[in-house]
Design a protein around this ligand. Structure first.
Ligand SMILES: N[C@@H](CCC(=O)N[C@@H](CS)C(=O)NCC(=O)O)C(=O)O
Length: 200
């Protein structure tokens, strides 16, 4: 059985639980305490030298790190990843963009507020919020033309961007001025097999 090393606190981990739920896969869920450093023990570092969650362990013992690589592994051959090479490249485009542009800023703001007691009066929070807003505006423009990140089809590009976007408020970022993003969030929550971040 697949084994997911997981944390309820992490949007990157939630992406995987959401896709696994939508695929209807059974898996073993092992929760590690991020705040207690459980990802930095020798036993976990032997599985993922980067010391980060999520991590997916296959029956063979092979471990796959990086949330978007895990999404890609699970989604190939399913409705959540296109066969067409151009559409596939567009899905990957948004997944790389999520990791290099949106996630560092948005997850960074959330982490500062939620785990380090900062507020939006803090310069570090403001800096991340401003950069996250620029990224969100790009999504807003895109989603005002398309129902999903890649055309009219719900894919892992949506799942990966949804992970942190739908909890932007936890980083004291309001989505009030992003109506297309709000509609997209509602469309995702209405997908078959959807599970919320807080679901057991
Ligand atoms: N790019 C990685 C980011 C993973 C990441 O930053 N994980 C955080 C939780 S969201 C973590 O495990 N932090 C624990 C640590 O750094 O010790 C991914 O998408 O999987």
């Amino acid at each position: 059985m697949l084994r997911l090393y997981d944390s309820p606190l992490s949007g990157n981990c939630y992406k995987i639980r959401l896709l696994l739920a939508q695929l209807g896969h059974q898996y073993e869920r092992l929760e590690l305490d991020l705040l207690a450093g459980e990802t930095r023990t020798p036993a976990f570092l032997a599985k993922n030298p980067h010391g980060r969650l999520p991590l997916l362990e296959l029956d063979s013992g092979v471990c796959i790190a990086e949330s978007n690589a895990i999404l890609y592994y699970l989604a190939q051959g399913t409705q959540y990843f296109p066969d067409d090479p151009v559409a596939a490249a567009q899905v990957l485009r948004w997944m790389f963009w999520e990791q290099n542009t949106l996630e560092p800023q948005l997850a960074g703001a959330i982490s500062l507020v939620k785990f380090h007691g900062k507020t939006n009066r803090d310069e570090m929070v403001q800096e991340r919020q401003e950069r996250a807003e620029k990224a969100l505006m790009l999504m807003e423009v895109h989603l005002s033309m398309w129902p999903y990140m890649v055309g009219d089809r719900y894919t892992i590009a949506d799942i990966c961007l949804y992970g942190y976007t739908h909890i932007a408020h936890q980083g004291e970022l309001s989505l009030a001025s992003y109506p297309a993003i709000q509609d997209w969030i509602e469309r995702i929550a209405a997908q078959p097999g959807y599970r919320s971040m807080g679901a057991d």
